[in-house]
Structures are given as C-alpha cells and as structure tokens.
Design a protein around this ligand. Structure first.
Ligand code: FVH
Length: 274
C-alpha cells in the first residue's frame, strides 16, 4: 500500500502514542504531537515532529488527528474544552474503550461535525508498524478507504464495519483471548518455579511447543455452546482441571493465579450437567 503524506497530529505521548508518532514520522508524514504533561516529546521532536502547546493547536494544524490516551474519560477531558474547534476536522480515536463508549463518543463527535473513525490497536508499542501489526477501524467505509493508506505505517488497516463500536468490541474480545493465554502461561511458569523445576527448560521444551500445537485448534474450536465434542469428554476434562488445581495448591501457588482453570472447570461441569 502506498503511503500518502499528510499533516497528522497525535494527542497522547504515552508508550503507544510515542510509537504511533514515531512510525508516522518514519513514513514521511508531517507530524505534530501534544501531551498533557510536557517534556515527553523530546525524542520525537529530534526525529522531526513539531510539538503543539495545546490540544486546540494540534488539531488546528493537521488534516487528521489521532488520539491515543489512557481511556475514554481522558479523551473526553482532553477534547471537552476544544469542541468549538472540532467542526470539519477528521479524528481517529485509538484509545482503548468499550463498544458502548465508542458509539457514544461517535455520537458526540457527530454533534460537532467531526469525521470520525474508532480504532483498536492490535499491536504493542515495539511492534507498531511491524509486519504482524494490524489496527481495527470502524465507522464510515469511505473515510476508512481515504485514511487507510495514510495510517498504513502504523500496522495493516482492517475495517471492522460501519458501527463505531465494532473495533472496540473486537479489540476487547481479542485482548480477552490474549490475557487468558497469558494467565495460563504465567500460572504454568509459577507452578514449575514453585516446585523447583527448570523454568527456562520447561518454557523451551514443553510450554512453547505445546502452546504452538494447540493455538490453531483452540481458536478454531472456540464456541458459545454448552456442549463439548465427544473426543474432549467434559467429565474427563473436569477431572483433569481438578487435578491441575490440586497440583497448584500442592505447589503453594496463589489461588488467584489459577482463575482461568476455575473458569474452564465451571464450563466443563455445565457441559456434564447439560
Ligand atoms: N501499550 C500497550 O501495550 C497497549 C497496546 C494496545 C493499545 N493500548 C491502548 O493505547 C492507549 C494508550 O496506551 P499507552 O501505552 O500509551 O499508555 P500510557 O503509557 O499509560 O500513556 C497514557 C497517556 O494518556 C495520557 N492521559 C492520561 N489521562 C489523561 C487526561 N485526563 N488527559 C489527557 N491525557 C491523559 C497520558 O498523559 P500524561 O500522563 O503523560 O500527561 C499519556 O500520554 C490506551 O488506551 C491503551 O489501552 C496500548
């Protein structure tokens, strides 16, 4: 995808905002940055960014403004005082939020005549702009089509639909999947560590090959039904999960780290009962 060069402002210079601004500068865009707390723009300015003294200034100088703050509340706090300057602007909000928050925010932007895309970043700061990175966008398709080449340096742009809540919904759902796996692998390592095992060897020789083997079938097999396929007998799985919890208790691993096992046990017991 060819990158078209534009004037782009980035509001928010946390770890993610800095990564986004850096990728846009590297792609040749004319980037203006703003952060609530001054003093975080130094490295970006050295790379060619311009630092705005206020949100209004940042929005005023660019064709597109990307917002990447902590949460929905912080975005409303930052934009609330400048709504009078928003008419006719184009805004992309990459701040994480819920689907309802995204829809309500889109309604708020509509009131002020803003062309608006909501987004969900499927990357972490070091992977922004890398091959596997992608960003979900929802909102008007024509706006997505216009901005996709401009935003491509951040990660592959992927349209989720006209409903502004969809990018947030898919983002939060995908993160839930990731945190579930993260909880599982952290617990696995805690278990081996607490029992005196060789954690690095376990990771390399057991955990990683096992996770790699199971990733695709796990995602394919994910569903919302209460039944479990015959080859994965739910009574057998419930017994296995009870044994994993027993092993965890025996090793003295905090019960809070095994919440994912209790979630699966709950599901298997329901399948057995149903
Ligand atoms: N970092 C990551 O791995 C994830 C990957 C997926 C997407 N998330 C989301 O990106 C948003 C920003 O995350 P971040 O990593 O940049 O977060 P921080 O480094 O904590 O920086 C937070 C920035 O937000 C500013 N801020 C906070 N409250 C306000 C406010 N009321 N008004 C204006 N700005 C505010 C903060 O400014 P300051 O504290 O430096 O003044 C930072 O710029 C986030 O939604 C992730 O879920 C990142």
């Amino acid at each position: 995808m060819n990158t078209r060069h534009e004037r782009i402002s980035v509001l928010g210079l946390g770890a993610m905002g800095r990564a986004l601004a850096g990728a846009l500068i590297a792609a040749g865009h004319e980037v203006t940055v703003w952060n609530r707390t001054p003093g975080r723009a130094g490295a970006l300015v050295a790379q060619g960014a311009r630092e705005a003294a206020s949100v209004a200034e940042a929005i005023g100088v660019s064709e597109v403004t990307i917002v990447c703050l902590l949460n929905d509340v912080s975005v409303r706090e930052a934009l609330g005082p400048v709504t009078g300057k928003l008419a006719g602007t184009t805004l992309v909000n990459l701040t994480s939020g819920s689907a309802r928050q995204a829809r309500e925010f889109a309604g708020w932007m509509r009131e002020f005549g803003v062309r608006f895309l909501a987004g969900g970043i499927m990357a972490v700061p070091p992977t922004v702009g890398s091959e596997g990175a992608f960003i979900l966008y929802s909102g008007p398709r024509d706006l997505f089509d216009r901005l996709a080449p401009v935003l491509a340096p951040l990660g592959r742009p992927q349209w989720a639909g006209e409903d502004h809540g969809l990018a947030a919904l898919y983002d939060m759902a995908a993160l839930s999947g990731m945190y579930g796996m993260s909880a599982g692998v952290d617990h696995a390592v805690a278990l081996v560590h607490a029992s005196g095992g060789d954690v690095e060897a376990f990771k390399r020789e057991v955990l990683r090959p096992w996770m790699e083997q199971m990733l695709a079938p796990m995602v394919e097999g994910a569903d919302v039904s209460e039944s479990v396929p015959e080859e994965y007998n739910p009574a057998m799985q419930a017994t296995g999960l009870e044994t994993m919890l027993l092993t965890s208790d025996e090793a003295g691993v905090p019960a809070e780290l095994a919440g994912h096992l209790r979630a699966s046990l709950w599901r298997m017991r329901r399948a057995v009962a149903g």
